[in-house]
Ligand binder design. Sequence first.
Ligand SMILES: Cc1cc2nc3c(=O)[nH]c(=O)nc-3n(C[C@H](O)[C@H](O)[C@H](O)COP(=O)(O)OP(=O)(O)OC[C@H]3O[C@@H](n4cnc5c(N)ncnc54)[C@H](O)[C@@H]3O)c2cc1C
Length: 487
Amino acid sequence: MTRPGITVDIVAALQERLGSGDVFVDGPDVAPFMVDWWGRAAGDALCVVLPRGTGDVAKTVALCHDHSVPIYPQGGNTSVCFGAVPPARSGGIVLSLARMDAVLDVNPRDSAMTVQAGCLLAKAQAAALEVDRLFPLSLGAEGSCQIGGNIATNAGGTGVLRYGNMRDLVLGLEVVLPDGRIWNGLRTLRKDNSGYDLKNLFIGAEGTLGIITAAALKLFPIQPNVVSALIALPEIDGAVTVGTDLGTAFPGELTALELFSASQLRLVARHIANAACPLALDSPWFLLVDIASATSCKVLSERLVDRLAGATDAGLVADAVVAANERQRAALWHIRHSVTEANKTAGMGLSHDIAVPVFAVPSFVCLAGDAIGRAFPTAEIVIVGHLGDGNLHYNVMFGHDAWARVTDQARTRLEVSRILYDLAAQHRGTFSAEHGIGALHLEEMARYKDPVELDLMRTIKRRFDPRNIMNPFRVLPSAGCDKGSHL
Ligand SMILES: Cc1cc2nc3c(=O)[nH]c(=O)nc-3n(C[C@H](O)[C@H](O)[C@H](O)COP(=O)(O)OP(=O)(O)OC[C@H]3O[C@@H](n4cnc5c(N)ncnc54)[C@H](O)[C@@H]3O)c2cc1C
């Protein structure tokens, strides 16, 4: 169990400090921590540590720091960038926050709640609802992902248009630093200009600067009435126009603006029960919108129908359905939440999480469609996206058999990504909108990030974690992408 160059048996030392019930070495207790949600990345570790509190995390990190043992923090393990599982022969430990899942405080008078980092997102949402408040982060993995993981990846999801990314929802953090010290920044202040805003360094750092152990989060009033509609559109340009128009017509009330290609809705209908599209799939584009407000559903629906009638007259909208009740609304959102599962079942989806400025979405979609169509004529383009954020999940789908026949799969992946990421860069966009970098996008970091930006990031990493023990070989590529040197 001893790593080369390490004079102490780290597992025995951890078991002694924490108790053997918190440190797992092998067997079925350990296996799920080593494979990612998609089953596409797997690694190994000396042990899995499941601390019960911040003090345990600090003891674990201090010990690993003293002996330069890598730590791979893990939340709900739903990362789509291979960020939460250790690499093969990692020689490190997995530190899972799963047992630190308490809701510590919910205060509607402060519109804030404080939770441990291992609290499931769904549990945090439910705790807010109990005091008649909304915690607005919402994404497909909410039953499995944890608040700490959401913060570490600066998660997005379907509520960003109205409420912002996770970064916008965090008021304060408690973090165990790479040397084992605890930083207690667990404040619920709305204003605090007393020096650098340190919490923002840890948000989106994917566990490379420290371990988030607790968070103070913003809560919002619940908008009692929500109206949803599904809209069919003949042109992608029209989708942006209609989305912008709805934002103007419903200021502060438009809370979701989700885009689907018809191909995406077809896949969902084919693979998921009770998820057929209520509109004919003969238009190429569809929008799912939510309007949430204190105004009655009846008035909201009338205003929405009026607006859509105008857009139909202008030739922007082909057809639309406004949910008449909560059951119909849930059915529309069932389609949206089924996308990941449907795509996973349908074949090999080469998935890309790009973002461009909203106005540039039509240009990106047209140029990308042409380029992918020319290079990979048998692949199907399947798009779902958060249009209001300019964020497209752009899937290039190969059926299982077709993918098995691809002779050089790695090269195909690379060629597809190059086309899409180069185009995103040309549109002043990004290759990673909301999923992060993990171990997946190191080459893209080297290729597309401004060198000065990368240099500043490396400087921060070196200052915080000079021994490079916190989630090493994630987020930051080494100069020349040599994984051996990393910093
Ligand atoms: C079906 C599905 C739908 C999804 N939809 C969306 C979506 O709409 N929007 C979106 O943004 N993402 C989405 N994701 C991606 C994923 O759910 C999010 O990135 C989520 O925020 C990760 O949380 P987690 O707890 O699972 O973290 P993990 O996957 O366990 O970890 C993610 C990263 O954070 C680090 N980390 C985890 N916990 C901590 C901690 N306490 N302290 C420090 N570092 C930590 C890990 O080391 C890793 O680098 C989806 C994933 C799935 C499977």
